[in-house]
Design a protein around this ligand. Structure first.
Ligand SMILES: *[C@@H]1O[C@H](CO)[C@@H](O)[C@H](O)[C@H]1NC(C)=O
Ligand SMILES: *[C@@H]1O[C@H](CO)[C@@H](O)[C@H](O)[C@H]1NC(C)=O
Ligand SMILES: *[C@@H]1O[C@H](CO)[C@@H](O)[C@H](O)[C@H]1NC(C)=O
Length: 300
């Protein structure tokens, strides 16, 4: 028996995935985000032509989606175009990461949004999302340590896979904003006091080891006994060149710093240390790299 042309084309339609927008428009959980995305054809084009991506799409009612909808429909949309497009690109991860293929534990997955160190353009590398799988559960940690759960997986489209999420992802922020949000205000205050905010925020691809407030209190003697020049050296010793997420750092690795000296990484039973300071919180994503929180001030 021969299939008539309409029947044949219906079969082909079933076996071949549809373009992103068709798939999204047909999904009743994605009406709100589809309306946002439709306003940015350049992003739809980017996703559709990248050749194998994972797109994290906030479902209706997702955290932050109402605000995003208001922003793209509001008077500030043209002025905010770059940051809105960056936000949408940040929802697109390289490669087809089906739920089954995401590996157990933590992965830092590269997005299509470029880092944006202050007053610099280009050559910053793509920002990452922290993709975590625990058994059947998959979730993301993004800027300011915000968590979004994957609620539905593996919706295929022509060019990739869509996973639904329960919150709009937050683009990583500057190291100062990120450190303040993490309660590291002694660190950000001393950075500001020694005019290093700009140095820190305009550097590309850096790993910042930020001491806790308690660590600064314990180092009062060292700090009050140092000259301004010594303190600038001490503070820039906390900034390592190159983005080293916790999964990249290796035991006995030597990390060159902005100060000039090196920090030595130690990993014992999964506990990461640099010199004699323990990393007590790792992988706060920033727009120019990553922050690890340490329990001691690092002295060059
Ligand atoms: C940074 O950029 C802003 C505006 O783009 C400019 O006004 C400012 O002078 C720049 N700062 C430095 C230190 O280059
Ligand atoms: C930052 O990292 C990216 C990706 O690893 C690289 O392509 C880029 O050249 C780096 N930029 C600088 C200024 O180190
Ligand atoms: C920081 O910059 C201000 C203004 O340029 C200057 O007055 C101050 O002395 C600087 N502070 C340090 C510690 O270098």
């Amino acid at each position: 028996m021969y299939l008539t042309y309409p029947a044949l084309s219906a079969l082909l339609t079933l076996s071949n995935a549809q373009p992103l927008l068709s798939v999204m428009s047909a999904n009743p959980s994605l009406t709100e985000f589809t309306a946002v995305l439709k306003k940015y054809p350049i992003i739809i084009e980017q996703i559709g032509t990248a050749g194998g991506v994972t797109f994290f799409a906030p479902q209706n009612g997702a955290r932050g989606l109402k605000e995003l909808t208001q922003l793209v429909n509001g008077p500030d949309a043209p002025k905010q175009q770059d940051s809105i497009q960056r936000l949408l690109s940040y929802h697109t991860v390289r490669g087809m990461n089906s739920a089954a293929s995401i590996k157990e534990g933590v992965t830092f997955a590269e997005t299509y949004a470029e880092g944006f160190a202050r007053n610099s353009s280009g050559d910053s590398g793509e920002m990452k999302v922290q993709l975590i799988k625990e058994g059947k559960k998959v979730f993301l940690i993004t800027g300011l340590s915000e968590k979004s759960d994957v609620t539905e997986t593996d919706i295929k489209f022509d060019g990739g896979i869509i996973h639904l999420i329960d919150g709009v992802l937050r683009v990583p922020q500057s190291p100062i904003t990120t450190a303040n949000a993490a309660g590291l205000d002694f660190f950000t205050k001393i950075i500001a006091a020694y005019n290093l905010t700009y140095t820190l925020e305009s550097a590309k691809n850096v790993t910042l080891f930020a001491p806790t407030n308690v660590a600064f209190t314990a180092a009062t003697t060292i700090i009050s006994g140092s000259s301004s020049i010594e303190l600038v050296r001490l503070l820039t010793y906390h900034v390592a060149r190159g983005t080293g997420y916790s999964t990249d750092l290796k035991d006995r690795e030597s990390l060159p710093t902005v100060q000039g000296g090196n920090l030595i990484v130690k990993i014992t039973n999964g506990q990461i240390s640099v010199n004699d300071a323990k990393v007590v919180r790792s992988d706060l994503l920033t727009n120019n790299g990553v922050i690890h929180v340490v329990d001691k001030v690092l002295v060059p």
